[in-house]
Design a binder for this molecule. Structure first.
Ligand code: NAD
Length: 709
């Protein structure tokens, strides 16, 4: 490979890293070896006094280690020793860099993450561009790992313990300005001059120049970062936060703390040894394998969503139309202006609703301004992209129109018929329906091939998943247009079949139903929710029903019950609540009470409405097994029916759609881990105890060792 180029200017060697054929630089073993050889070569060259390292990529420094290489190692039987040796090898490389007799200056423009930042930390001087794309961080914990090439040692030494923990324990990355503020970089300058300034700094350092101190040494820093007692306090507090946040499911943050603690107490050498040891154990473990699997699946899905994405096929959406400026429509409008910079025309039935919708959409932009994701000028420009109407005006030029009107077949059909008249022949018409078959919306349409489902999840700005649903007539071009636009909105997009409940609601329904059956048996609401949050779900099923709305969930549940039979019959307790007018958060009354928009305790009155006592002390594990197995069973069944094209898509959909615990890798991965046969056997036991709704899916009985991997 030829990833490295060295040119000499005066007595400074400038090393440019540019991994051929890749969009970003990553440190595979081969690239790291080549880079180190170049640094070593310059280090021993008598004609060279100083070294500069920059990237040849237009917008990226080094994005980290090569995750694919690591993942390939993880498919072999777990062996912590091999991964420990890998980390130790990385550490040796960084140690060599840190011990160079000549100054090494890095010029950072774009992402400088993981191993890339560990390398920069080993350098003498760091210069960063002020571009928005410049990000510095150690995101390893997000992949279930810790920085293993010295990052847990060098970062706290450079920026202080508190700032280092802030970055390492959650994998947060910083822009150049903040990085300068904590002393992580020495200079921040425009991208165009990074290389030149780096060369000058290198030459000056070689002449003995001593750069000014990097960070302030205020009283707090002296107290908490510099003395052992202060550091012990900081570490103990961080340990407590980590335990609370990970719920015992994610071992990496605690491991990072341990590696940092050892280094601060016993010195660099011991710290590095511990860091390598812990990296090895984590990399050989299931959590990291699952998180890396999801990361790679998500990346693969971007390139290969199941429909070709070439420009010839997908229509570029510069002008978006939205019909129905309600809860969903207005948020989608705001997101489109924010993320895609599309011109957005919102239509509703009366001017007040239009105005309210435009206001909500604008709110999405205001929030981005507040969070400094947009500057004033960009905010202004994007607000001007939003317009509203009560008629067809402006719709003739739309590339894509998303309808988000009431969930009613008749209303949606009328709207679609209107749109077919008002838009051009190439315009794609998407429905945000959550329950109606796309086939029914295509019936009677003039251009059914241009109709597709785009199922967003609420809250639209925050939920990362979008399901794109192909009806029987939907062409590749139409599906590709919807997928590409979804990706531009920043969504992870899965392509799903036009089957009842699509993917997410389909597999969620038996899980939520089962929670209803537990309530029917008198299991207390908080007991059910606590069992599932402890299991690793972000919220419990009852709280989730409150969020979604009991009416919305009830309707989806009814559709699935009708389509798929008694296996999906909802529990009577939940129906009684709905009949009593409890809609969940939006009516401030559901399973929980709400005040000022915030969830308070369980509403005791619910038990009476539901007609149960709420005193069943069923143990936590039994609750978890029933809910989880109901979900796994349906996931296996839906996969075998081709609702999603692969287990990869199904797992990504479940994790990003409703927060299936990421550390398990997704429901289908979890079935593989447990063994399909074992899952089927447990379902048989549950079926004997609770009824035929638990009868195992044929796919599980027949699967043998795995599903479709
Ligand atoms: P909503 O009631 O908040 O908004 C619907 C809007 O459509 C209203 O403003 C209404 O005036 C407008 N409308 C109705 N008929 C119209 C017509 N003929 N022309 C123009 N405008 C018309 O509803 P919502 O919650 O935003 O749901 C909209 C769609 O999104 C539904 O299909 C729903 O199933 C789907 N959806 C909702 C959620 C959710 O969590 N609420 C999630 C995913 C999908």
């Amino acid at each position: 490979m030829n990833a490295v180029e060295v040119v000499t200017t005066g007595r400074v060697a400038v090393i440019t890293l540019d991994v051929p054929g890749e969009r970003v630089n990553t440190l595979s073993m081969a690239v790291a070896t080549e880079l180190l050889a170049a640094i070593d070569g310059a280090g021993t060259d008598a004609g060279i006094d100083a070294i500069v390292l920059v990237s040849g990529k237009a917008d990226g420094f080094i994005a980290g280690a090569d995750v694919k290489e690591l993942a390939a190692m993880q498919t072999r039987p777990a062996d912590a020793g091999r991964f420990r040796d890998l980390a130790a090898e990385g550490q040796r490389m960084m140690n060599r860099v840190a011990a160079l007799p000549k100054p090494l200056v890095v010029g950072i423009h774009g992402a400088c993450l993981g191993g890339g930042l560990e390398l920069a930390l080993a350098a003498r001087y760091r210069i960063a561009s002020d571009a928005a794309s410049t990000k510095l961080g150690l995101p390893e914990v997000q992949l279930g790992l810790i920085p293993g090439a010295g990052g847990c040692q060098r970062l706290p030494r450079l920026v202080g313990l508190r700032a280092a923990l802030d970055m390492i324990l959650v994998g947060r990355s910083l822009g150049a300005g903040r990085a300068r503020g904590i002393g992580l970089v020495d200079e921040v300058i425009p991208a165009a001059i990074v290389r030149d300034v780096a060369v000058k700094a290198a030459a000056r350092l070689a002449e003995g120049w001593r750069p000014p101190a990097r960070r302030s040494t205020g009283a707090l820093s002296l107290l908490l970062d510099r003395n052992p007692l202060g550091r012990a306090v900081v570490l103990a507090l961080a340990g407590r936060t980590v335990r609370a946040r990970t719920g015992g499911h994610y071992p990496a943050p605690a491991a990072a703390l341990a590696a940092i603690r050892t280094g601060l107490r016993h010195g660099m050498a011991d710290g590095l040894a511990r860091e390598a040891e812990l990296f090895g154990a984590l990399a050989a473990g299931d959590v990291s394998r699952h998180l890396i699997g999801l990361f790679l699946a998500n990346n693969a899905l971007k390139k290969d969503p199941g429909v070709p994405l070439d420009a010839g096929l997908a229509r570029r959406v510069d002008r978006l139309g939205i019909v129905g400026a309600g809860f969903m429509g207005a948020s989608i409008a705001g997101l489109a202006a924010l993320q895609a910079g599309s011109d957005v025309r919102l239509r509703d039935t009366d001017p007040q609703r239009v105005a309210r919708g435009v206001r909500t959409a604008r709110g999405v932009l205001d929030e981005a301004l507040k969070r400094q994701r947009l500057d004033r000028w960009e905010h202004h420009r994007r607000v001007a992209l939003l317009s509203g109407t009560t008629d067809d005006s402006g719709f003739a030029s739309r590339d894509l129109v998303i309808e988000a009107v009431f969930e009613d077949l008749g209303v949606k059909r009328t709207v679609i018929a209107d749109l077919e008249r008002a838009t051009n022949a190439g315009c794609v018409i998407a429905s945000n329906t959550s329950t109606l078959p796309i086939a029914r919306l295509q019936e009677g349409a003039v251009r059914p091939q241009r109709i597709v489902g785009m199922h967003f999840f609420s809250p639209v700005e925050r939920m990362p998943l979008l399901e794109v649903i192909r009806g029987p007539e939907t062409t590749d071009g139409t599906a590709a247009t919807a997928v590409r636009f979804g990706q531009r909105l920043g969504k992870t997009v899965i392509l799903v079949r036009d089957a009842p409940g699509f993917w997410v609601n389909r597999i969620l329904a038996p899980y939520l139903n089962e929670a209803g059956w537990l309530l029917d048996e008198g299991v207390p609401i908080e007991r059910i929710d606590r069992a599932m949050t402890r299991f690793g779900f972000p919220v419990g099923p009852m709280a989730l029903l409150d969020e979604v709305g009991l009416d919305v969930a009830g309707k989806a549940s009814q559709v699935l019950h009708e389509a798929l039979g008694d296996r999906l019959a909802p529990a009577p307790a939940v129906a009684r609540l709905l009949a009593a007018g409890r809609l969940g958060r939006k009516s401030s009354r559901g399973f929980y009470t709400y005040r000022d928009g915030r969830r308070r305790g369980v509403d005791r009155a619910v038990y009476e409405v539901a007609g149960v006592k709420g005193r069943n002390g069923l143990d936590e594990r039994a609750i978890q097994r029933r809910l989880l197995l109901a979900l796994l069973n349906e996931a296996a069944r839906a996969l075998s029916e081709g609702v999603v094209a692969s287990a990869r898509d199904g797992d990504v959909g479940a994790v990003f759609g409703f927060g299936f615990p990421p550390f398990l890798g997704g429901p289908l991965r979890h079935i593989d881990d447990l063994g399909a046969g074992a899952v089927a056997a447990e379902l048989e036991r549950l079926a004997a105890a609770y009824g035929p709704r638990f009868a195992p899916a044929e796919a599980l009985r027949a699967a043998g060792p795995g599903l479709d991997r």
